[in-house]
Design a protein around this ligand. Structure first.
Ligand code: R5P
Length: 312
């Protein structure tokens, strides 16, 4: 793409933007945000972007709604500043779990967010491990859907995997876990979860596959409250797993998730930095950086090169 490569940062994850800019050797774009006493926000782009290929990074992190509005306003400001092309870089996509109408009279909010981004003026989106890959179809603009599997699989490969089995926490996660199984050449198992009443949570009831005496590695796209993961860990131990590791992309870690994971039977918890940890910490945590893969993706989008080659 003609025009200079420029990268601006929302306020949700400035460290990741700085790392990406460092790798690509471009300065972080200059912009400012003012919040008025009536809570209205104003974003000002403080440098010329006419005709430029502009990327704006904003992940979904509390305050989630404010971060989303800030991104929309930034895109609008860039549009009115005559940027040549605007790409929203969203490591963790807001409202990603709201991707279907699974209860009467509810919103499909991930679809609404897609519409809002397009209306604001985004020309493309770069994101990572959407809760369901078909969310890409909510957009009429191109979406580059990056995967954390190479990063997490490389980390796991450094460990003793001779007796390991990858575990999907439910049938919906099986396809993703299959990607890990292929890369690591490991067997996999699937937890069968059942719902016994309309309002009740699904609980693990059966296991498809074998974990007895093995190191079970649960793979998921995100951990929010930690409920799904900790329940799965208890179930796997009951099924005879020798140890349990958890590997996931997005550390939402809301509510008492950190304490819950600390208290759980899970020995090792590995995830990426698509969301900043802030002051959350636990000796079981291993955080893997995504800056490199995002930097490569941004460079490829700018140069018009293939993104899928990054994942072969
Ligand atoms: C659900 O389908 C997702 O893959 C995760 O398992 C879920 O978002 C985790 O949520 P929580 O940690 O609150 O149980």
């Amino acid at each position: 793409m003609n025009g200079q490569l420029k990268i601006f940062s929302g306020r949700s994850h400035p460290k990741l933007t700085q790392q990406i800019c460092g790798i690509l050797d471009v300065p972080v774009g200059r912009s400012s945000v003012i919040k008025f006493s009536n809570e209205n926000m104003m974003v000002q782009i403080e440098e010329n972007v006419r005709g430029d290929d502009v990327f704006v990074l904003q992940t979904s992190n509390p305050p989630v709604n404010e971060g989303l509005v800030e991104l929309l306003i930034t895109i609008d400001a860039l549009k009115h500043a005559s940027a040549g092309r605007i790409t929203a870089v969203m490591p963790y996509f807001p409202y990603v779990r709201s991707d279907k109408k699974d209860k009467p009279r509810i919103s499909i909010t991930a679809r609404l967010v897609a519409d809002l981004l397009e209306t604001a003026g985004a020309d493309r989106v770069v994101t990572m491990d959407l809760h369901a890959a078909q969310i890409q179809g909510f957009f009429r603009i191109p979406v580059d859907h990056l995967q954390a599997v190479p990063i997490i699989a490389d980390y796991l490969r450094q460990q003793d995997l001779s007796n390991a089995v990858l575990v999907a926490g439910d049938a919906g996660e099986a396809k993703e876990v299959g990607r890990y199984a292929n890369r690591l050449n490991l067997p996999m198992a699937i937890i069968d979860k059942r719902r016994f009443g309309d309002d009740e949570r699904a609980v693990p009831t059966h296991l498809i596959g074998d974990v007895e005496g093995k190191r079970a590695i649960i793979v998921d796209d995100e951990v929010a409250t930690g409920g799904t993961l900790c329940e799965a860990a208890v179930f796997l131990k009951e099924q005879g797993a020798a140890s349990v590791t958890a590997a996931f992309t997005h550390p939402v870690l809301s509510g008492s998730a950190v304490q819950r994971l600390d208290d759980s039977a899970i020995e090792n918890v590995v995830f990426t930095d698509t969301i900043p940890l802030g002051d959350k910490s636990c000796s079981k945590f291993h955080v893997l950086g995504v800056a490199n893969i995002f930097a490569k993706a941004i460079r490829r989008v700018h140069d018009g090169d293939s993104i899928s080659e990054l994942f072969r």
